[in-house]
Design a binder for this molecule. Structure first.
Ligand code: P1T
Length: 387
């Protein structure tokens, strides 16, 4: 089926069929992986739409078509990592342009803004208030991009995409939403007004912790032209095999996100009230500060649960005792992981800023996998008992 013939279908169907036309030459139901750097031309300039695999490759085009469809965008550009995708969006800016972001962003995104793009004259501005008013207070005519993650990494605050889209647009800025944590299976930012969607496809989109990748999805032709130009010019493109792996993962995205969300909610409820924990953070728990908003803009709470131990040292001890949960960076794979953001993923954020944001040494981020939830709970309980 072509993208056009699938467009009226639901996400779980599109995830399996868009960009998966059988191979014309052989009938292969699963399209071949086009492991080629170049494409033979009948005569100079007379080709079939592909010239050189940095500029375009059929396996990459299949992945891009599918991701654009799932996010409700018109176009997608795939990248070699989520960071390369993020950098391409910032590379659309000129000196003096401002990026307004909530402080609780992925450490690597903070590092790109502060240690790379600030050097080129881009001005990063961080609000510590995730409410629409927090952004409205800091936005001005120089703000070109409002950048958000929702839920945020690792504190799981949820930001109001619809209201932030209006604030950005009223001021002449674009809204960029990093949809890595929720994925299009749980949250549709373009339908709520976002202009750019960014993914680390390394996470839930790929889903199996075996491929690094990224993507930018847009709903506007002119924006896509600029991003496609930067994709080709900066050259941070994924190889065909990586595109194949990410696309293969997408086919089970809807199913996986349902199970990740179910397991995470069950675990969050189970851990709530544990005497050794100060806090259990999960958007679909009623005591979460953004619970109402999360229920409005997400169809499930996602697979991440953040826990904070009363004693900082307990977090490290816990990591030494878990058996099923692997102590590792990253998230979004079928297997459960535990990450210590202050030491691992968010170490590039200066300590005083990190702690002021609540990323303390006692905080752990659980990426809840799709194993049997009883086994996961037993593992968490024995590790907490051991500290
Ligand atoms: O790792 P990479 O594919 O380059 O993606 C960067 C990135 C972008 N956006 C979000 C929300 C992310 O979480 C990440 C990467 N994050 C981790 C590696 C992590 O463990 O949090």
């Amino acid at each position: 089926m072509t993208r056009d013939s699938c467009e009226s279908m639901k996400l779980a169907t599109r995830a399996i069929h868009v960009g998966q036309q059988p191979d014309e030459s052989s009938g292969a139901t699963i399209p071949p992986i086009h492991l080629t750097t170049t494409f033979t031309q009948a005569s100079p300039g007379n080709h079939k739409g592909y010239e050189y695999s940095r500029s375009g490759n059929p396996t990459r085009a299949n992945l891009e078509q599918c991701l654009a469809s799932l996010e409700g965008g018109t176009h997608c550009a795939a990248f070699a990592s989520g960071s390369a995708a993020t950098a391409a969006v910032f590379a659309t800016l000129a000196p003096g342009d401002k990026v307004l972001a909530y402080g609780d962003v992925y450490g690597g995104t903070f590092r790109l803004l502060k240690q790379v793009f600030e050097g080129f004259g881009v001005v990063p501005v961080f609000t510590e208030d995730p409410s629409p008013a927090g952004f409205a207070n800091l936005i001005d005519a120089k703000t070109k991009i409002v950048w958000i993650e929702t839920p945020t990494n690792p504190l799981l605050r949820c930001l109001d995409i619809k209201k932030l889209g209006r604030i950005a647009h009223d001021s002449g800025a674009l809204l960029a939403v990093d949809n890595t944590f929720a994925t299009p299976a749980l949250q549709q930012p373009i339908a709520l007004g976002a202009d750019y969607i960014i993914h680390s496809t390394t996470k839930y989109v790929g889903g199996h912790s075996d491929v690094i990748g990224g993507a930018v999805i847009v709903r506007d032709e002119a924006l896509f032209e600029r991003i496609a130009f930067l994709q080709n010019s900066l050259g941070g493109v994924p190889g065909p095999f990586d595109c194949y792996l990410a696309h293969r993962g997408i086919k089970t995205l809807a199913l996986r996100m349902e199970r990740h969300s179910q397991n995470a909610l069950t675990i969050a409820k189970h851990l709530q009230g544990n005497a050794k924990l100060e806090r259990v953070v999960y958007p679909f728990l009623p005591d979460h500060p953004d619970h109402e908003l999360a229920k409005q803009q997400m169809t499930g709470g996602g697979g991440i649960v953040t826990i904070v131990f009363k004693k900082d040292d307990a977090a490290l001890e816990f990591c030494a005792h878990v058996k099923i949960f692997a102590c590792a960076e990253s998230l979004g794979g079928v297997e459960s992981l535990v990450n210590h953001p202050a030491i691992m993923t968010h170490a590039s954020i200066p300590q005083e800023i990190r702690e002021a944001r609540g990323i303390t040494d006692g905080l752990l981020r659980l990426s809840v996998g799709i194993e049997d939830v009883d086994d996961l709970i037993a593992d968490l309980d024995q590790a907490i008992d051991a500290v």
